[in-house]
Write a protein of this length. Structure first.
Length: 173
């Protein structure tokens, strides 16, 4: 049984479980050529090729389980990016450590939120790393009197609290 016949490029059903959506798109693009690619995208856009059953059941999707932590991480990303930007405008040389920690924290918080949203098996590990990055960033920001640094430190502290809760909890089954 094949998933896609219109392009005369048969793709076995097993392919959908072994490739990511991006890998599948690249494979399809390479095998079709530019013209057929657009037509194929229109044809397969309505297919549900990459939908996998929810890991934790319909009532307890990963986003719902980790909602508070995801929101804390996303707020932390925003505050860290803002803090880094403000520090660069004020005095990049004297605020270099704050800027570096802001950017590191922002990156790790963003990754943690994404992994929680999709229910990754690495949630507890990334939340431990995220809590530590936020702890360091908050400590550095608390050493500065600027309002943006204080807001960033507050967001980091909230993120530490939420990430530590997730890191301590057993993973949902």
């Amino acid at each position: 049984m094949h998933l896609f016949h219109a392009s005369r490029v048969p793709l076995p059903v097993a392919t959908q479980n072994k490739l990511t959506a991006h890998q599948f798109a690249v494979l399809l693009r390479l095998s079709l050529g530019r013209r057929k690619w657009t037509t194929a995208l229109k044809s397969i856009s309505s297919m549900r090729l990459f939908v996998t059953p929810p890991k934790y059941g319909k009532e307890t999707m990963s986003y719902d389980i980790y909602r508070a932590c995801i929101e804390a991480c996303n707020r932390c990303v925003t505050e860290c990016e803002n803090c880094a930007s403000e520090c660069i405008e004020e005095d990049a040389n004297n605020m270099a450590e704050c800027i570096h920690l802001d950017l590191d924290c922002s990156l790790i918080c963003s990754m943690a939120a994404k992994l929680m949203a999709r229910g990754s098996d690495a949630v507890q590990d990334i939340c431990q790393v995220c809590a530590e990055a936020c702890r360091r960033c908050a400590a550095e920001c608390r050493m500065h009197d600027e309002e943006h640094c204080q807001r960033c430190a507050d967001a980091c502290d909230a993120c530490v609290a939420e990430c530590e809760k997730v890191a301590r909890e057993p993973a949902p089954v």
